[in-house]
Design a protein around this ligand. Structure first.
Ligand code: HEM
Ligand SMILES: *[C@@H]1O[C@H](CO)[C@@H](O)[C@H](O)[C@H]1NC(C)=O
Ligand SMILES: *[C@@H]1O[C@H](CO)[C@@H](O)[C@H](O)[C@H]1NC(C)=O
Ligand SMILES: *[C@@H]1O[C@H](CO)[C@@H](O)[C@H](O)[C@H]1NC(C)=O
Ligand SMILES: *[C@@H]1O[C@H](CO)[C@@H](O)[C@H](O)[C@H]1NC(C)=O
Length: 340
């Protein structure tokens, strides 16, 4: 039998095509740019210099004087990026080509109207240019800015140039999104799978200092409650708001101390056993020294909040680069809920 021969040119051409495919198949976060939509004025397919301000204004207008629902925008971006990368799969609705989308799961997402408002406003000025994935990244930043108190320094830079995917699978949401019944090692594993350290996982969890939760996400902790895991007076207050076997699935604030302010209060709540989810409490139930030091640093008087904010911004910028589609990959959706 003849032994197959591999020539040197064949090896080279294999290597070259392997490198080439790396570029073509996996989008590179190096292709994302701050100021992407004002970068090349000669390219009408990517030029839309007022995209970011238009999106921010549309979101503000849709919110009116209650910024509370902006919290949902931070959550949308997280859910998007953890499943199939930041390519707006989380927004795709059920259709003939997407029979079981991510959003078919009951994750209690709200605020879809804010994203549609942003998309509509930007389509009006530059049709077919700004991706839904970029809108989610800008919107999460804008929510941070609005909920931390509208200081210019909180308007952190967001790299853009993401393109929208065309696949959305419910099963993947189940695989990659952390659940509120996770313990410390399940949480660290879930974030490590996406390249995030324990420190970054704890830092991102600080988003639970704004927004709300439905009773159904934590009532299993209340009847009966474990006084080692949840402050008894807090548990009793939650029982009033979330009666057992209630017909209505009520909502309660994530952080009852500084409700609509995005800040490091979450970490004090964690240490006081005044957080909603088992996964929140689990951040303190560990002997991991990094975890302990991170939480302690964020609860340090005077400096804790500023430290958390700067690390939260860095972690959000990293989140926004997960498994992106760029260049000619994917599409720019006309409407965020459906493929073109
Ligand atoms: C660490 C693991 C995490 C778990 C288990 C988790 C779970 C949850 C659950 C169960 C809710 C309540 C949904 C409801 O019933 O209405 C929620 C809300 C929320 N989560 Fe998380 N989450 C996690 C991490 C994150 C991260 C990393 C972010 C963003 C950086 C985030 C942002 C939010 C926000 C802003 C809300 C409030 C949403 C609203 O007001 O509509 N979460 N989360
Ligand atoms: C998604 O796009 C790819 C590449 O363009 C295409 O081959 C595939 O059929 C599309 N899938 C769906 C569900 O539209
Ligand atoms: C939230 O705080 C108010 C007082 O500001 C208190 O009356 C209420 O019981 C608290 N709710 C929870 C769930 O702790
Ligand atoms: C709390 O942490 C300890 C030590 O890591 C662990 O043995 C225990 O099972 C944890 N408790 C819960 C309820 O997860
Ligand atoms: C997708 O579903 C959401 C929530 O049900 C709805 O608000 C939105 O209008 C839908 N979008 C499209 C394009 O069908």
């Amino acid at each position: 039998m003849e032994v197959p021969r591999v020539s040197l040119p064949m090896v080279y051409s294999f290597l070259i095509s392997a490198i080439f495919f790396q570029f073509v198949i996996a989008g590179s976060s190096d292709d994302l740019k701050v100021g992407f939509y004002s970068y090349d004025r000669t390219n009408s397919k990517t030029y839309c210099p007022s995209a970011e301000t238009t999106i921010r204004e549309a979101i503000k207008e849709a919110l009116g004087n209650d910024y509370g629902p902006a919290a949902s925008l931070i959550r949308w971006h997280f859910h998007d990026c953890f499943v199939r990368g930041c390519e707006a799969s989380v927004l795709l609705n059920k259709s003939a080509d997407i029979p079981n989308p991510e959003n078919a799961a009951f994750f209690n997402m709200r605020g879809y109207y804010l994203i549609e408002a942003a998309k509509t406003s930007v389509e009006n000025i530059c049709p077919g240019v700004v991706s839904c994935a970029d809108i989610l990244a800008f919107a999460a930043r804008d929510a941070f800015y609005l909920l931390t108190g509208k200081s210019d320094s909180d308007l952190y830079s967001v790299s853009a140039g993401r393109r929208d995917g065309n696949i959305s699978l419910l099963t993947e949401a189940g695989t990659f999104l952390p659940r509120p019944d996770f313990d410390f090692s399940q949480l660290t594993n879930s974030f490590a799978d996406k390249g995030f350290s324990t420190d970054e996982m704890i830092t991102l969890s600080g988003a639970h200092s704004v927004g709300q939760s439905h009773c159904s996400s934590f009532t299993s902790r209340l009847y009966p409650y474990n006084p080692d895991q949840i402050d008894p007076s807090y548990a009793q207050a939650l029982q009033m708001l979330c009666p057992q076997n209630a017909a209505v699935n009520g909502v309660v604030p994530q952080d009852n101390v500084t409700r609509d302010t995005l800040d490091a209060q979450y970490y004090t709540n964690v240490l006081n056993n005044k957080v909603l989810f088992f996964s929140d409490w689990a951040l303190r139930n560990t002997s991991d020294l990094v975890a302990k030091a991170t939480i302690q640093s964020y609860t340090t008087p005077l400096i804790g909040n500023a430290l958390w904010k700067s690390k939260f911004i860095a972690a959000m910028q990293k989140l926004g680069k997960l498994d992106v589609l760029t260049g000619t990959q994917g599409q720019i959706r006309k409407t965020c809920g459906a493929n073109n």
